[in-house]
Design a protein around this ligand. Structure first.
Ligand code: HEC
Length: 157
């Protein structure tokens, strides 16, 4: 029995070692048009931008700040899946390339996700405590988004 357990443990260990060799491409890029950056298209207050960068940019921009354990498989696969799924929905570095209508609906979606606490993902904040927004930070982002949406609807009239 003991020998069998040892064998199983060895197999697990070998699989664990083997999967470490699978390291997908990192989400790190400098070759994008900074003119499309969120902050180049909106007059974002620095504190709002800072909160979004800390809480959202790892999955919603072209540059993720990886931590050492992000490279350990199988975590790495989950990290990269979150990034590619997150970027498909919303990429702050591509924000300026969205249509006006999409930009407006994204802003509303950001506000909604922050209000409900669904974003940042809880699996992420478990290890990234600094990404947890406090009530004041959340309120500041929501108030700012409300203020630009009000301006937009005024200018459409
Ligand atoms: C750990 C990665 C991760 C972080 C950090 C993160 N997101 Fe996401 N986000 C995702 C993924 C994955 C999706 C797509 C799947 C889903 O909706 O769950 C998504 C989807 C979204 C969507 C579209 C949802 C919809 O249904 O319309 C919005 C808006 C969004 N995120 C906003 C944010 C904001 C704002 C922050 C920061 C406060 C944030 N996210 C932080 C991974 C992340």
């Amino acid at each position: 029995m003991k020998r069998k357990l040892k064998k199983i443990a060895l197999v697990f260990f070998l699989v664990f070692v083997a999967i470490q060799f699978y390291q997908p491409k990192q989400n790190i890029s400098n070759s994008f048009d900074i003119g499309k950056n969120f902050a180049n298209n909106y007059n974002v207050p620095p504190s709002v931008l800072n909160s979004l960068q800390i809480a959202c940019y790892d999955c919603h921009s072209n540059n993720t700040k990886y931590l050492w354990y992000d490279y350990i498989q199988p975590a790495r696969i989950f990290v990269e899946t979150h990034i590619s799924d997150g970027k498909k929905e919303l990429n702050f570095n591509e924000f300026g390339s969205y249509s006006n209508r999409k930009q407006q609906s994204e802003l509303e979606a950001i506000s909604k996700q922050i209000k409900s606490g669904d974003m940042p993902l809880s699996s992420y904040t478990l290890l990234h405590h600094d990404a947890i927004l406090n009530e004041a930070q959340k309120q500041e982002i929501i108030t700012w988004i409300n203020s630009i949406n009000e301006n937009n609807s005024l200018s459409e009239n």
